[in-house]
Design a protein around this ligand. Sequence first.
Ligand code: IMP
Ligand code: MG
Length: 177
Amino acid sequence: MKTIQLLDKKFALSIPEEKILEKIALVADKINADLADKNPLFLAILNGSFIFAADLMKKINFPCQISFVKLASYHGTTSTNNVLELVGLNENLAGKTVVIVEDIVDSGLTMTKVIELLKSRGAEKILIATLLFKPSALQHDITLDYVALEIPNDFIVGYGLDYDGYGRNLKDIYTVI
Ligand code: IMP
Ligand code: MG
C-alpha cells in the first residue's frame, strides 16, 4: 500500500488518478447531454477545485464560459455576523444557468452559502457538479446534480484537496490513516 506523510499525518492511496478520470468522464457525458443548449457558466470554487475543473472542462464539448471564484469570510462587528462573499465574480448572472464546480461536499454548508450568494446575484438556475461527496456527513438540504465519486466520511487529500495547504499537487487521492 502506497503511503505518504504530510505534516503530522500519514495517508494511504485510496483513489488512483485513472479511476478519478474515468468518473469525471461520466459526469462530463451527462453534462454534455443535459446542458449543450443552455449556454451555462461554469463557476469553479478555488482553491480545491482547480484540478477537477481543468480535467472536467477539457471534456465539455459545447461552447461555454468558465470562471473561478473564492469564498471569503469577512469579520463583522461581532463574531456572529461574519459575512461570506464570492471574490472574483465579475459576470452578470441575470437569467444564467450556473454550474458550480466544487471539489468536495462534506456537511453541505459551503454549497448552501454559495447557492444563496448566486441566487442573490440573479442566477436563474444553479446546478452543482462535485468531484467528491461524503453522503454520511451531509447536514444541509441540497441537491447534487453531478457527483463523480461518493466516499466514506474520512479525511482525504490530493487532486486539488489539501491538508493545511499541502497535498493539492498529488495526482491521486489519499485517505488519512
Ligand atoms: P462543507 O461546507 O462541510 O460541505 O465542506 C466543504 C469544504 O470543506 C470543501 O470545499 C473542502 O475545502 C473542505 N473539505 C471537506 N472534507 C475534506 C477532506 O476530506 N479533505 C480536504 N478538504 C475537505
Ligand atoms: Mg473547497
